[in-house]
Design a protein around this ligand. Structure first.
Ligand SMILES: [Zn+2]
Length: 220
């Protein structure tokens, strides 16, 4: 009896402390999805995307190009400050499967350095441009301790998808899945409030992508 009482008391304390420290909207998470925004950072698009995500309570993974991280380091820091995770999307966005191992290594290593130098930390996630990969690309990823992240759902925003289509693509996500979006299409920016509503309505929250599994999980 005493043990049972202790168990109940411990459980009550655990529940109370969860309520005390967790934002109200987070209590309804039945699962997590990985929102990703590629091809930044930039002065033209990153601030608006970050504002929209923050205002709608969403966190995302930003797959940055090294050349832009080097050019706009303040935007890399802004991504981190807004609660986003920063991944590596190569330095110049080439078709890596057409490059030598030395070229692939340069694309990946220079981006690691540029993002770290900007204050974005050392990325642990890598998205190859166009989702194109092969054994050479994967061997270089492994050298830098990077998990390759393609996607489960393509929003089609890069191909002029409508706001409705982008929202509907997000609505197809299930627990753990990752969706491809970009920071530059105007329709993607416009879709963010409705993406947030759609996910919330299904009890899904925007999570981080695990470097261990490549799946979306609760922010660590
Ligand atoms: Zn890209």
């Amino acid at each position: 009896m005493r043990a049972w009482s202790t168990l109940l008391a411990t459980a009550a304390i655990a529940v109370a402390s969860t309520i005390a420290v967790t934002p109200a909207h987070a209590a309804a998470c039945n699962g997590y999805v990985g929102l990703t925004f590629d091809d930044g950072p930039s002065n033209a698009h990153t601030p608006a995307i970050l504002n929209a995500l923050r205002q709608n309570g969403l966190r995302a993974t930003m797959f940055n190009e090294g050349q832009y991280a080097a050019a706009y380091p303040a935007q890399v820091r802004a991504e981190v400050s807004a609660g986003m995770w920063v991944g590596n999307h190569s330095y110049t966005h080439p078709h890596l499967t057409q490059q030598s191992q030395a070229q692939v290594d340069s694309e990946i290593s220079r981006t690691q350095q540029a993002i770290a130098a900007a204050g974005g930390g050392t990325p642990r996630l890598f998205r190859p441009p166009y989702g194109e990969t092969n054994a050479t690309v994967q061997s270089v990823e492994a050298r830098y301790g990077l998990r390759q992240i393609i996607w489960d759902v393509d929003s089609g925003d890069w191909n002029n998808a409508s706001v409705d289509a982008i929202v509907q693509a997000n609505a197809r996500l299930t627990n753990g899945q990752v969706i491809l979006m970009h920071e530059w299409p105007a329709n993607t920016l416009s879709a963010i409030p409705r993406i947030a509503q759609t996910l919330a309505g299904r009890g899904l929250c925007a999570g981080m992508i695990s470097p261990q599994t490549g799946r979306a999980v609760a922010p660590g």
